[in-house]
Ligand binder design. Structure first.
Ligand code: NAD
Length: 496
């Protein structure tokens, strides 16, 4: 593995922004013999050749993280917090560049990256920096003995992220892991690797010591697999699909490495006859955001029979008013899907559903006018609860609609998949909202709203949507080794 000098050589210019696409290990840019090609979903253009790491780079990065760990763990909390705020400052200063590069890389809307996502990245760093300073060390007494509970850093953490919200999800893991006093090896998804590389630059400029944050680029089966099976890793946090989670959990089991898994969903959006129908339709159309490539999306519309026809009529009007197009245009509501393989996968689900008797009342195939990786916002009716289209995560702009007659039936349909990430509920009756939410299996339930997220809240999924919760102090629960120290009273008997 040839080492390069520390000065960052520019290996790609994306949306006018220089991006070094080598790994970032121990405070140095490191290349691999091989590369992989990163393409833009906007026009299929090759954006960059990115270093393709494997076992050697994974080993070097974990070693760098392990070497940096004692120093970072011993760094006073206030200093760690200061450095994380400096990273947030760097994100804010480079917000426009990050937004442009992310849009070029994964095709999500530039206006969302500018106004929502990148400010949120900075906020993630600030939130966990501040939270670190308020973590309590619980103290209590047992028969004269003092108990002192402390949050000890755990060691090197491997963080593996998907392509649908690359820097947002990376920062959601990197910030608490670093705040807790751990060191990090981040492996971004191979379909959107670029902003992780910019984060390494920002962290270095902010003054983060060498080896505290490392970035290994590469494919899941190579770099990813080598990282999650490394015996010196103390935590693995993964966001991605269920099949990959199984492989990661298997690799982690061999070393008994604790794993946090944030996985897919097939979340229900329940609309009761007493709901504000325009609000319910707005909420339903919102599920097409990011071309439906959102883990939390409420893709199963469950609508009370008595209002289903009117709901559908209004939904079709609203969906038709969406503007598909180039994600860099302010006016665009719906950009391309991320990759040809993803587009084919989405279309495969829709074709099979149509073959099985579903009806496309909205959309139903690729957008032939725009071409490229654009898929038409789609709504399928006449779908059976046990059908593939209702049970499996599509991860594209594809919704299904089923009807129900009673609250019991609504809850049964809502809970009737192997997932449990989120649920959205539209009702004008607060008592119904309480009754129904109490029975829903979901990590997050939104009542008459969607995607309102506070970092103080726990986030995660039940069943196959994940294991564990992050957010607030739950992130510190995961990233820390909690220790209880019991001290005998001065001059006391020595045991209690
Ligand atoms: P994926 O599982 O294919 O890949 C995710 C990451 O895992 C990538 O970085 C990939 O390189 C890596 N990887 C693949 N194989 C690996 C292996 N054997 N060992 C280690 N790492 C490996 O998922 P994706 O297609 O990138 O993302 C889409 C999925 O992510 C969807 O299921 C979506 O619901 C889920 N997701 C969940 C959340 C959440 O918070 N619950 C958020 C966003 C996305």
């Amino acid at each position: 593995m040839p080492e390069q000098p520390r000065t960052a050589a520019v290996t790609a210019v994306v949306a006018g922004v220089p991006v070094d696409t080598r790994h970032w290990i121990g405070g140095r840019r490191v290349a691999s013999a091989g590369t992989f090609t990163d393409r833009s979903p906007i026009d299929g253009r090759a954006l960059a050749e990115v270093s393709r790491g494997g076992a050697a780079e994974a080993g070097a990065a974990v070693a760098a993280a392990a070497a940096a760990f004692p120093g970072w763990a011993a760094t006073p909390r206030a200093e760690r917090a200061r450095l994380l705020h400096a990273v947030a400052d760097g994100v804010q200063q480079r917000l426009e560049e990050l937004a442009q590069v992310e849009t070029a890389d994964n095709g999500a809307l530039l206006r969302s990256h500018r106004r929502g996502v990148m400010p949120r990245v900075a906020h993630n760093f600030r939130f966990f920096a501040d939270r670190l300073l308020t973590l309590d060390h619980e103290d209590f007494e047992t028969r004269g003995h003092s108990n002192h509970v402390s949050w000890d850093p755990a060691g090197p953490c491997v963080l593996i992220t998907p392509w649908n919200a690359p820097l947002m999800l990376a920062s959601w893991k990197v910030a608490p892991a670093l705040a807790a006093g751990n060191t990090v090896v981040l492996k971004p998804a191979e379909w959107s690797p670029l902003t992780a590389s910019l984060l390494a630059d920002i962290a270095a400029e902010a003054g983060l010591p060498d080896g505290v944050l490392n970035v290994v680029q590469g494919l899941g089966d190579e770099a990813g697999a080598a990282l999650v099976s490394h015996p010196d890793v103390r935590r693995i946090s993964f966001t991605g699909s269920v099949p990959t989670a199984r492989r990661i959990a298997g690799a982690a089991a061999a070393n008994l490495t604790p794993v946090s898994l944030e996985l897919g969903g097939k979340s229900p959006l329940l609309v009761f006859a007493d709901a504000d129908l325009d609000l319910a339709v707005d909420l339903a159309v919102e599920q097409y955001d990011n071309a439906g490539q959102v883990c939390l999306a409420g893709t199963r519309l469950l609508v009370e029979s008595s209002i289903a026809e009117e709901f559908l009529r209004r939904f079709a009007v609203r969906a038709a008013a969406l503007t598909p197009g180039d994600p860099r245009d302010e006016a665009t509501d719906l950009g391309p899907t991320v990759h040809r393989r993803q587009l084919d996968r989405i279309d495969g689900f829709v074709r099979r559903a149509l073959d099985a008797g579903a009806r496309a009342v909205v959309g139903g195939g690729p957008d032939e006018d725009l071409g490229g990786l654009h898929y038409r916002p789609t709504l399928l009716t006449d779908v059976a609860q046990d059908s593939e289209i209702v049970q499996e995560e599509v991860f594209g702009p594809v919704l299904t609609l089923q009807t129900f007659d009673t609250e019991d039936e609504a809850v049964e349909l809502a809970n009737g998949t192997r997932f449990g990430l989120a649920a959205v509920l539209a009702t004008g009756d607060p008592e119904r909202a309480d009754r129904v939410t109490a029975r829903l299996v979901a990590g997050t339930v939104w009542v008459n709203c969607f995607f309102v997220r506070d970092l103080r809240a726990p986030f995660g999924g039940s069943r196959h949507s994940g294991i564990g919760r992050e957010g607030g102090s739950w992130s510190f629960d995961f990233y820390c080794d909690l220790k209880n120290t019991v001290t005998a009273p001065k001059g006391g008997p020595g045991h209690g």
